[in-house]
Design a protein. Structure first.
Length: 263
């Protein structure tokens, strides 16, 4: 009974943890940027903004707010070239986006409207042929975040869930839970067999108990190795699904995409 309760609580922890982090941290990131911006630490805003944009819990509406903070920070340090880049990125995410005049400097709104007028073509796709997903996506983070990596190593499949591969995440997570449960049971069972073997005093039974213990000990090690291998495989698979870096140039016809593999 205790084992069943333990496994239920273990599964419940991993089932509820991602949504809790997502609900809290997106808002926390924006509060942190706002605090840093109002302290006039504009270069720190740019640094933190790039970090937060790479986190899996950041939603589309959050990313627009983060880019707006970065736009204001770039303009504040008189880096208009970088400010223009942020405007282009914002328009790629939402071509209909407009700056809020109540919270934005008129000069920044003027720059935003100017760039928007110079690049009126962020048209909706009229052809029946789909563009590659990379053309409609903005990537600003290099590789997997530490949180996603740790989650994948602890419970393979949770990293896929974090990154939006929900169906695949549930399947991989289910396999991981089954393998983890088997491993935990094997550890407990092997330990009990070792105790029984050490307590045995009858010479006729000692050899049989040792063989049983030895077989289960080997299987326990196999399960350990399998779980570690499964974790590494899932980490590699997830890293292959996520482009490591995507940089869009000023020209609409030019883009550079760089992948840095783990191995």
């Amino acid at each position: 009974m205790n084992k069943a309760v333990f496994l239920f609580l273990f599964f419940l922890l991993f089932a509820t943890f991602p949504s809790t982090v997502q609900a809290q941290t997106g808002t926390q990131a924006l509060k942190d940027l706002d605090k840093t911006f109002t302290a006039f630490q504009y270069r720190e805003v740019l640094k933190k903004g790039r970090f937060y944009l790479g986190e899996p819990y950041i939603q589309k509406k959050d990313s627009l707010a983060i880019y707006t903070y970065m736009l204001n920070a770039a303009y504040a340090i008189q880096d208009t070239s970088q400010a223009r880049q942020f405007i282009l990125t914002i328009l790629k995410i939402n071509p209909q986006y407009n700056m809020n005049p109540a919270t934005t400097s008129p000069k920044i709104i003027e720059l935003f409207d100017s760039v928007k007028a110079q690049h009126p073509a962020f048209p909706k796709e009229t052809s029946t042929v789909k563009k590659p997903a990379i053309l409609d996506t903005v990537f600003v983070h290099t590789g997997l975040s530490p949180g996603t990596t740790i989650a994948t190593l602890i419970l393979p499949g949770s990293g896929h869930w974090f990154r939006g591969y929900s169906k695949e995440g549930y399947i991989r997570g289910g396999i991981s839970l089954a393998l983890l449960t088997s491993t935990i049971y094997s550890v407990i069972h092997t330990r009990q067999l070792e105790i029984d073997y050490l307590k045995e005093t009858r010479a006729t039974e000692m050899n049989d108990r040792y063989n049983t213990y030895n077989t289960n000990y080997k299987w326990r090690n196999v399960l350990f190795a399998a779980y570690i291998g499964w974790s590494i495989y899932n980490l590699f698979d997830l890293s292959e699904k996520i482009p490591a870096l995507s940089i869009d140039a000023h020209s609409k016809s030019l883009s550079a995409h760089i992948r840095i593999p783990l191995n």
